[in-house]
Design a protein around this ligand. Sequence first.
Ligand code: ADP
Length: 246
Amino acid sequence: MSTLLEVSGVSVSFDGFRAINNLSFRIADAEMRAVIGPNGAGKTTFMDIVTGKTKPDEGRVLWGEKSVSLLKMSEAKIAQAGVGRKFQKPTVFEDQSVQENLLMALKKPRGWFPVLSYRPSGEDLAKVATLANDIGLGDALLRKSGELSHGQKQWLEIGILLAQEPRLLLVDEPAAGMTPEEREKTTDILVEAARTRAVVVVEHDMEFVRRLNCKVTVLHEGSVLAEGSLDHVTSNQDVIDVYLGR
Ligand code: ADP
């Protein structure tokens, strides 16, 4: 698989404190990757760098076949280039149905702007129906989003991001606060999403990470401490020491 995102030698300091320290990280097209690490390891800052919210002091962040640098691009431009990010708190429109939320999120052609008389095309409705199925909300298309469970709202948020057709989806603790059944379903949704785009999941719950069945990157003090299968990284002595706080 070709490289989609390449972060190399990136460092970021906040008031002299190195939150990210010479970090190198590579994601292939349509790859699923879990990122774990203790609190303060740099996971959020890493995502902030990829989305352009935080600009590194040094290093390179390259994107796509043409290895375009993301460093000079605004957050909006980076999102347009295909980087989507899901935060923990869903931001769905509660008064709108699942269908309306997804329709509003669909990627629009350049120059498109919303008008009051907007009527979705058959094609858009079909896209949204497929998307709703992919996120386990096929039967809830016409329900108001405010009536959905916490887990279903999280899935809708994933659907809203997928509607924008990202090539890379960054997801922060997608299973937080969910029931065991919802967690399982969330794994299925993310695995399905990663068939056609790269998905990077930051997660604390090791059982959840195990079910993703993907390569794992362990961050510690702003650098990669270990990388490989979950069994490989969790048997690494450095990782064990970090998690046990030695
Ligand atoms: P994680 O998400 O793995 O818990 P973070 O990326 O949030 O880690 O933070 C990494 C380190 O950088 C932490 O020590 C945190 O306190 C520090 N940090 C993050 N953002 C800022 C900021 N805006 N100002 C100062 N320190 C920060």
